[in-house]
Write a protein that binds this ligand. Sequence first.
Ligand SMILES: *[C@@H]1O[C@H](CO)[C@@H](O)[C@H](O)[C@H]1NC(C)=O
Ligand SMILES: *[C@@H]1O[C@H](CO)[C@@H](O)[C@H](O)[C@H]1NC(C)=O
Length: 324
Amino acid sequence: MWPSFPSNILGLALLPLVLASPVQKRARGPWMALDTDFPDPSFVGDPNGGWYAFGTNGNGKTIQVASSPDFQKWTLLNKEALPTLGGWETNVNHWAPDVIRRNDGKYVMYYSGEAKSDPGHHCVGAAISQGTDPSGPYIPQPNPFACDLDNGGAIDPSGFLDKDGTRYVVYKVDGNSIGNGGDCNNSVAPIKPTPIMLQKVEEDGVTPVGSPVQILDRDDSDGPLVEAPNLILHQGIYFLFYSTHCYTDPKYDVRYATATSVAGPYTKTNTELFKTGQFGMTSPGGGTVSGAGDRLLLHSFCQPNVRCTYAANISIQGKTVTVL
Ligand SMILES: *[C@@H]1O[C@H](CO)[C@@H](O)[C@H](O)[C@H]1NC(C)=O
Ligand SMILES: *[C@@H]1O[C@H](CO)[C@@H](O)[C@H](O)[C@H]1NC(C)=O
């Protein structure tokens, strides 16, 4: 059911090529960070050099949190990061949290919650840390940050701090949730769009400035959807990481698009940075990259219905991202 990749056969076949190349070393690839169900991971650094990761509901928590002193070895914390909810959301389906550190030392968590007004569909919520502990607790804002329920809802938020200090949030309009059936409810025509939106926010991280703009959408090579956006800036190039296909499909992956302006246009590289069969992964996705562009967390099925979190070292040169 969960095939292991025949790395021996391929490894031997590639060996002469690897030896002949002066720069290309064979990637060591991701390592297991959290050997438990911890999907859609994101992470934030604390001022003391440690790291905190956040994951979709699981292990009895609404939002899961883990910590690491060095990004290498991770520990799941027995702590509820989001102990109270906004009035707009039900108590199920808290997905894909993302945390940023504000200039005032507090943290903002963006997450997806299910709308009471439209069960089965989701809005993006924002919550602010009570103190300056990145693990929370986080206190939700009374109203959702983004909904767009007419177009399927809003999920998979991720914060971004631009070079000039402007803050943004990217998220996905969950069009496949109002699709016509099939793979992730969106492989039967007419296929619904699943646009990735960019919303400028004030310094507080939670107050929108103007209207969101669309920066990406699915095309037929992406299957039913694009989702799980994560934006970074590296040496003048904006990198938008995202996943394509249905999360249960072996075609789920991590790709990236690049732009020279934050609002785009973004050009899809169509590079599958992580895909099934590579590095022993199964339906990898939900990738989040550090602002420095040197490390990443993502999930992959490690057992049926269990998405473990893996960490990887990456390197960016020009417009190319490489897994180390
Ligand atoms: C698929 O979308 C339709 C609306 O277009 C909705 O009624 C149905 O519940 C959705 N199915 C799933 C599995 O989400
Ligand atoms: C990742 O980078 C860290 C820090 O440079 C290093 O100690 C570690 O060995 C690397 N791990 C892999 C798998 O490349």
